[in-house]
Design a protein around this ligand. Structure first.
Ligand SMILES: NC(=O)c1ccc[n+]([C@@H]2O[C@H](COP(=O)([O-])OP(=O)(O)OC[C@H]3O[C@@H](n4cnc5c(N)ncnc54)[C@H](OP(=O)(O)O)[C@@H]3O)[C@@H](O)[C@H]2O)c1
Length: 229
């Protein structure tokens, strides 16, 4: 299978890349702004900034899976969020995904059995203070993905992973020391924060044959945060 990961050099995307590189018959295409700390062998690597206008992805003729990882955590009180903060969050979370999909849809449709995964946040379904900007942008992602799931069924599946706080470079400001990590773990019913492995394993499942009866869904991988007291 041919898989495109947008954002494969960090966090969840990097973990997914490692999982898929151990899988047989899998060609991995990966695009991010920066390079890799250690150069993985056998990948098709390109440098892309999804917030640019007019970037061009180099894609195989047929694409069986696309996983879009760029995102943001910009937590501020509403009265300190300028309009530009919303625009920035929309650019990376939502418009970047639209631009990638506009380029990738012809190759995804050729597969006949393709799958797209994008990331939301627990804060879309569960109201959380200081999340106005990122929850709005991720809400747009969820609306887009469910619309496309309806439009492209049965040929292309679209699913969303909505995580709570997960220990990746993106969350380093919130989990930067043991005290912060323990406090964050304590807020979750399962008493731990997420690991990139939890999210990458779900992405791998959703793009696999085993996940092929799932579309238009949001998978809440969040230590119980969204639905338990
Ligand atoms: N970590 C959490 O606590 C958490 C919680 C809820 C939701 N999420 C969501 O989960 C997803 C994965 O997050 P993560 O924690 O794995 O983040 P991460 O470690 O920061 O990784 C993000 C990846 O996206 C790439 N990227 C960022 N901006 C890009 C751009 N403009 N163009 C191209 N590539 C870009 C990055 O590579 P370059 O920098 O080289 O471009 C990197 O590979 C995100 O959508 C995030 O919003 C995460």
């Amino acid at each position: 299978m041919n898989v495109l990961i947008i954002g494969g050099n960090s966090g969840v995307g990097e973990e997914l890349l490692h999982l898929l590189s151990q899988q047989e018959n899998t060609e991995i295409y990966v695009a991010n702004r920066n390079g890799f700390s250690s150069m993985p062998a056998g990948l098709h690597i390109q440098t892309v900034d999804v917030t640019d206008n007019g970037f061009s992805l180099s894609l195989p003729e047929t694409l069986d899976a696309l996983v879009y990882c760029p995102g943001s955590i910009n937590l501020k009180p509403f009265d300190r969020l300028a309009l530009d903060a919303y625009r920035t969050d929309m650019e990376i979370n939502f418009y970047g995904l639209v631009k990638v999909l506009q380029q990738a849809m012809p190759a995804l449709r050729k597969s006949g059995n393709a799958s797209v995964v994008a990331f939301s946040t627990v804060a879309v379904n569960t109201g959380m203070a200081f999340h106005a900007s990122v929850a709005s942008a991720k809400g747009a992602v969820e609306g887009l993905m469910r619309s496309l799931a309806a439009e492209y069924a049965p040929k292309v599946r679209f699913n969303i992973i909505a995580p709570s706080l997960t220990d990746t470079p993106m969350a380093s400001g919130l989990l930067g020391n043991d005290r912060k990590k323990e406090a964050a773990a304590e807020r979750h019913p399962l008493k731990k924060v997420g690991s990139p492995k939890h999210l990458a394993a779900m992405a791998k499942f959703l793009i696999s044959e085993e996940g092929s009866w799932i579309t238009g869904q949001t998978m809440h991988i969040d230590g119980g945060m969204s639905n338990l007291k």
